[in-house]
Design a protein around this ligand. Structure first.
Ligand code: SAM
Ligand code: SF4
Length: 438
């Protein structure tokens, strides 16, 4: 039997940070309707699976999750949200009849209405992409966290040949300047010390008055109470002079840039429709590093794009060696339905992709460890974000987005000065310095 009058809910978000943000806003929307978040470990009446469609593995995961939920004594009401909902629509409820609600990423402000419909036993599907953005229809931000996400730009017009985002998230839109500042102020009032501006191509953010992301960053810089600003994910073609300059002179803008290159081969980049070359990417990084010499560079890579030769893959290793990444995300190419690359000849065999991914990740891991180790002995500021596993331990982030474990009585949400003592590939350990930061 499925629950028909849900009072408690759980939102499970998969995939990118924009999904995490959407998941938080879905929770706030449901709370505004009088529902409450289920306690940790408790079975919720309504489970929202906020899905990711970027690679096949991520997209298929939703069906195993639904299967697991249906095995409960009282199966919850299940909503499939996110990019799988957008891409597969009504097909989801045909394949998994236990799913009561299907809601796309541009329509989740209608979630309460869809819950009521599903409770009445009616079909509840909304994958519309309305002209007026959902943001105006969402309740004000209430989330309390030291580090908060704020989506400023959605969708994508770049149409990389491997990518589903332009189809699942729709055309590129920028939220208005004033609405973003209002949301930032609400987040700061609720305790945020750090705001990460989000977008599929966040640096493509523009407003009708010709302002770009740098203007937004400078406006956030002026907000009292905010200590740190970040933004992700950027496209190389939208790295403007103004944005690069902001890295030189906005103190609150953290020294970290996620700038995906995907491949080091110009032929592969053209086949991907990336509209930048390996060289133009490197020249951008030169300028960014001239503006902010200590900046940590992070990137995304795809190995095994159709037709990628051994020599072309070697060019990816070469660009990684040239850049020297602080962090990176690397993936095997996954053919996505409806994208041009899925129809290309010369799909690369799985074993070749596996081997290439292992070689690439081995190199990236060495660079990440070296980046972390180079910070040992340094004094820096940490924003304390959450408790650690051991009693008294807390986990904070450095300006370069490294996680640091330390024992301290300083409260979560505060900034503390630390000395970094040791480094592993994924985190560092530190000790509190005697002088505490403001
Ligand atoms: N807009 C960002 C950009 O262009 O760099 C990234 C957005 S996408 C959500 C995140 C990453 O997923 C991409 O940078 C790419 O490396 C990876 N990705 C996207 N489509 C993929 C596919 N079909 N197979 C494997 N990886 C993919
Ligand atoms: Fe996808 Fe390319 Fe757009 Fe990034 S720029 S979201 S990879 S289409």
């Amino acid at each position: 039997m499925t629950i028909s009058d849900p009072r408690t809910f759980q939102v499970k978000s998969f995939g990118c940070q924009m999904n995490v943000y959407d998941g938080e806003r879905m929770a706030e929307t449901l709370e505004a309707e009088g529902m409450t978040a289920a306690a940790e470990g408790a079975e919720a009446d309504l489970v929202v699976l906020n899905t990711c469609h970027i690679r096949e593995k991520a997209a298929e995961k939703v069906y195993s999750d639904i299967g697991r939920l249906m095995k409960r004594g009282h199966a919850p009401m299940i909503a499939v949200a996110g990019c799988v909902a957008q891409a597969e629509g009504a097909e989801i409820s045909r394949r998994a009849p236990g799913v009561g609600i299907v809601v796309g990423p541009q329509a989740y402000h209608n979630l309460p209405e869809l819950v009521r419909k599903a409770a009445r036993g009616e079909a509840a599907l909304d994958t519309g992409m309305p002209l007026l953005s959902k943001f105006g229809a969402l309740p004000a931000r209430r989330r309390q966290a030291p580090s908060a996400f704020l989506t400023v730009q959605e969708g994508c017009d770049k149409f990389c040949t491997y990518c589903v985002v332009p189809y699942t998230r729709g055309a590129e839109i920028s939220r208005p300047f004033a609405a973003i500042l209002d949301e930032a102020e609400a987040l700061i009032d609720a305790g945020a010390k750090e705001i990460t501006l989000l977008g599929q191509n966040v640096n493509a953010w523009r407003d009708g008055e010709g302002r770009g992301l740098d203007a937004l960053i400078r406006a956030l810089d002026a907000l009292p109470g905010l200590a740190r600003i970040r933004y992700t994910t950027s496209h190389p073609n939208d790295m403007t002079d103004g944005l690069i300059r902001a890295h030189a002179d906005v103190e609150k803008l953290m020294p970290y840039l996620h700038l995906p290159v995907q491949s080091g081969s110009d032929r592969v980049l053209r086949a991907m429709n990336r509209s930048h070359s390996g060289d133009s990417y490197l020249r951008i990084l030169d300028r960014v590093r001239a503006a902010r010499p200590d900046i940590a560079i992070s990137g995304d890579f795809i190995v095994g794009f159709p037709g990628e030769t051994d020599a072309e893959f070697e060019e990816t290793l070469k660009i990684v060696e040239t850049v020297n990444y602080a962090q990176a995300f690397s993936f095997k190419y996954s053919p996505r339905p409806g994208t041009p690359a899925a129809e290309m000849e010369d799909q690369i065999p799985a074993d070749v992709m596996d081997e290439r991914l292992q070689r690439l990740q081995a190199l990236l891991n060495i660079q990440q460890l070296a980046f972390n180790q180079a910070k040992v002995g340094l004094r820096t500021e940490l924003l304390l974000e959450r408790p650690g596993r051991k009693p008294g331990q807390k986990i904070g982030k450095t300006p370069w987005l490294q996680s640091v474990h330390l024992e301290t009585v300083v409260a979560i949400g505060d900034i503390v000065e630390v000395e970094l003592l040791s480094a592993g590939p994924n985190s560092l350990a530190g000790t509190e310095s005697l002088t505490e930061a403001a």
